[in-house]
Design a protein around this ligand. Structure first.
Ligand code: F6P
Length: 379
């Protein structure tokens, strides 16, 4: 029998966090279970800061609201936590025992972890240490292993598609190439899907290192047919075939929990295309617009399904798992399958040493569709 459960949201925010929180809270209200939210993700779990959510007006009316009413903390790995000593020196400590103590002390029967790969890896490790965790896959990048879709992704694609529509009219008016840089450090899902939704001419994704000459040639073929403009979508992690991705802190050391920051991929492509095609080119970086604001109806429903399923699993006593959508059906898989050795896809270099992100594969329908309608993928 569950008495009290807690939710934490960790990592970069996405539209859809509040709908998941709401679904868990509402299920708790239906079944008479106390529902709490740790403030600012794993940080709140460490510092034992939480707020009661069931029947609390602060948790009312949150379905259409962006962000997270209980915050979300980035760069927080409790197994490798940054501690600043009184003398100013910095060290990294394993504070996971403190998390276990806090959960036991306050009698939480389950902790729902809303987050991406790194968050779920900690959830798996905390489960091994005795905390009953259940993960819910969150990230605009859509790159969590073992699930077809993460919440927040649909909203990001919809924001990017609208941006492409807007860039289209200005590109056409001024006979320009318009590059749009979208998020996606290792996985190009947002770039690929929004390029199709927005009718772009080129989509450059991290999974396909691009040849800038081939991109320029594809635009020149358009120009030769009388189209004096072009739309190019660039994932932030896109890289030239003979170069590297554009990052600003690639020297960040392992184990700090600090993720590598990507910036400049769109600008680089834009400048090179201007030189090679002779058309003026401009770059727009969409940035955090993709994460903020109200979730789409799709994300509201997906998040509600995920939240309700997570509570159902908790009531059935199924812990150490992640809610997923597999072949269109709501389901769950062991966290070990998501972040452990039994990886769905090979590990790639990432924010954490053992990242296990789900990349775009070359036989994906989106890749086939893009190629079939002549979208240049840079190869
Ligand atoms: O992981 C999701 C993501 O949105 C990435 O696409 C992006 O590179 C990153 O977060 C940026 O995060 P931060 O909030 O640390 O700048």
């Amino acid at each position: 029998m569950l008495k009290r459960v807690a939710i934490l949201a960790n990592g970069g925010d996405v539209a859809g966090l509040n709908p998941v929180i709401r679904a868990i809270k509402k299920s708790c209200e239906v079944y008479g279970i106390e529902c709490y939210g740790f403030i600012d993700g794993y940080k709140g779990l460490l510092e034992n800061k939480f707020v009661r959510l069931d029947f609390n007006p602060m948790a009312d009316g949150i379905l259409p609201k962006g962000g997270s009413i209980i915050g979300s903390s980035t760069n927080t790995i409790v197994f490798h936590y940054k501690v600043t000593n009184p003398d100013g020196t910095v060290e990294y400590r394993d504070l996971s025992d403190l998390c276990v103590q806090n959960v036991m002390k306050d009698g939480f029967d389950c902790v729902f972890t809303l987050g991406g790969d790194s968050t779920q890896k900690s959830a798996r490790d905390l489960f091994i240490k005795g905390i009953k965790t259940i993960g819910v896959p969150k990230t605009i990048d859509n790159d969590v292993a073992c699930t077809d879709i993460t919440f927040g992704y649909n909203t990001a694609v919809s924001v990017a598609s609208e941006a492409i529509d807007r860039l289209h009219t200005t590109a056409e008016t001024h006979h320009r190439i318009m590059c749009l840089e979208v998020m996606g450090r290792y996985a190009g899902w947002i770039a690929l899907e929004s390029a199709i939704a927005g009718g772009a001419d080129v989509a450059l994704i991290p999974e396909i290192p691009y040849d800038i000459n081939k991109v320029a040639q594809s635009l020149q073929r358009r120009i030769a047919k009388g189209k004096q403009f072009g739309i190019v979508v660039v994932a932030e992690g896109a890289q030239p075939k003979d170069g590297t991705a554009s990052t600003v802190n690639s020297n960040v050391s392992d184990g700090t929990g600090i993720a590598v920051k990507f910036a400049g991929a769109g600008d680089k492509v834009s400048k090179e295309l201007e030189k090679l095609t002779g058309l003026e080119s401009r770059c727009t970086t969409l940035g955090y617009m993709q994460r903020g604001g109200t979730p789409t109806a799709y994300d509201r429903v997906l998040s509600t399904k995920y939240g309700a399923k997570a509570m159902e699993l908790a009531m059935e006593g199924k812990f150490g798992v992640l809610t997923v959508i597999k072949n269109g059906k709501l389901d769950y898989v062991p966290l070990e399958d998501v972040v452990g050795n039994n990886k769905e896809l090979g590990a790639v270099e990432g924010g954490t040493k053992e990242s296990n992100v789900r990349l775009v594969t070359m036989d994906d329908e989106l890749v086939e569709t893009a190629r079939n309608i002549g979208i240049c993928l840079g190869d």
